[in-house]
Design a protein around this ligand. Structure first.
Ligand code: UDP
Length: 236
């Protein structure tokens, strides 16, 4: 497949057309942003780690029957994926209180939930991604009831799979964000990425943060945290 013109540049990735309209190439950058783009920086080596980690995890999801946009890793930073229309929802699954859950509801971080919490926000930069429920999403025409049901059950299955994969390497999956897309054929698939940019990973023994919170909160050892997750999940 031949790489063609750049279609889009986001905060952490670029997307290129290919000679086949059904496929695009994503290219992961080292750029990092937080707080709605107010904080900007770079995390050296992040693009390559997020690319390889996302692909490894998406291959594991595929192996368990969960459809994703993943097709083929092309290089350290580039991956061929199915072209999809992104459903404009950020789908967040939480196992432990942290981040906006803790601040919004005025509770401490680290409360372990009896069952996972699924949460949606409307992917809309101008509105700053407001939280919404399934009725809101349906009323706004962002997804159908059937799609929401499918997204929710898929997100919960993914949570169970990811929790197991991470537990094996001594990491607690605190929360994570998924995006779903629809292919031209109408198939709903997992898209975007699954990486320390989009998940909270805490060392199971020490509680040490091994994710983008090190960047957001200026905790130091940012690169080291990504490298540590890479070592544990990818072996290098
Ligand atoms: N998240 C993300 N992109 C966003 C918002 C959240 O990937 O635009 C991820 C975030 O990394 C965390 C989870 O979703 O793993 C829950 O995030 P939260 O709602 O607590 O917001 P945050 O504090 O990350 O802004």
């Amino acid at each position: 497949m031949e790489k063609r013109e750049q279609l889009y540049e986001g905060k952490a990735k670029k997307v290129y057309a290919t000679d086949d309209p059904a496929f695009v190439i994503v290219s992961y950058k080292d750029d990092a942003t937080a707080f709605d783009g107010a904080k900007k920086g770079t995390i050296a080596g992040k693009g390559a780690i997020n690319n390889r980690m996302t692909n490894m995890l998406m291959r594991k999801l595929e192996a368990r029957g969960i459809p994703t946009h993943y097709v083929e890793e092309l290089s350290e930073r580039e991956t061929l994926v199915k072209k999809v229309n992104i459903v404009p929802l950020e789908v967040i699954v939480r196992n432990v209180s942290a981040g906006h859950f803790a601040s919004r509801y005025g509770v401490a971080e680290g409360i372990v939930f009896d069952s996972p919490v699924v949460e949606f926000s409307y992917k809309n930069d101008e509105l700053h991604d407001p939280l919404l429920n399934d009725d809101h999403a349906i009323a706004l025409g962002l997804a159908t009831r059937g799609e929401i049901d499918q997204i929710r059950s898929c997100a919960l299955r993914i949570n169970e799979l990811l929790k197991d994969i991470l537990a094996e390497v001594g990491v607690t999956l605190v929360d994570f964000k998924l995006e779903f897309g629809k292919t031209a054929a109408g198939e709903l698939v997992v898209a975007d990425e699954i990486s320390p940019d989009t998940c909270r990973f805490w060392d199971s023994r020490t509680g040490e943060k091994l994710d983008k919170d090190r960047f957001r909160r200026d905790l130091g050892n940012v690169e080291e945290a990504y490298e540590e997750m890479s070592r544990r999940l990818l072996g290098s």
